[in-house]
Design a protein around this ligand. Structure first.
Ligand SMILES: [Zn+2]
Length: 111
């Protein structure tokens, strides 16, 4: 058995609730928000990271996709973590590849 870790924010180490379905303007995601201002979005398959990353940026910008598209890499911090939705825990890096979901975290700077 690989060791698992509880779901924690990669930026502030806060413990987080499991991702939930969220609708915001045209955005439909499964994710959540940390008290530090970071947002996270679940990619269930782990294969749509580009798309989900844009969703995460849009979510961080409160649903404003134009703002999300205009963001530069220096405008935000991002982390991608392997996540097991069944146990609400993070999987260690370097485990089996290509299986399971991923959580993409984004935190905008200058908020
Ligand atoms: Zn946080």
């Amino acid at each position: 058995m690989a060791r698992t870790r509880p779901l924690q924010c990669p930026f502030c180490d806060n413990y987080l609730a499991p991702p939930v379905d969220i609708k915001m303007k045209s955005l439909e995601i499964t994710g959540g928000i940390c008290t530090c201002g970071a947002v996270f979005v679940l990619d269930r398959s782990g294969h749509n990271l580009g798309e989900v990353f844009l969703d995460a940026l849009t979510f961080a910008g409160k649903g404003d996709i134009d703002k999300a598209m205009a963001l530069m890499p220096e405008d935000y911090e991002t982390e991608t973590l392997d996540y097991d939705i069944h146990t609400n825990s993070l999987r260690p890096r370097g485990g089996r590849k290509g299986r399971g979901g991923k959580l993409i975290f984004v935190r905008l700077k200058n908020q």
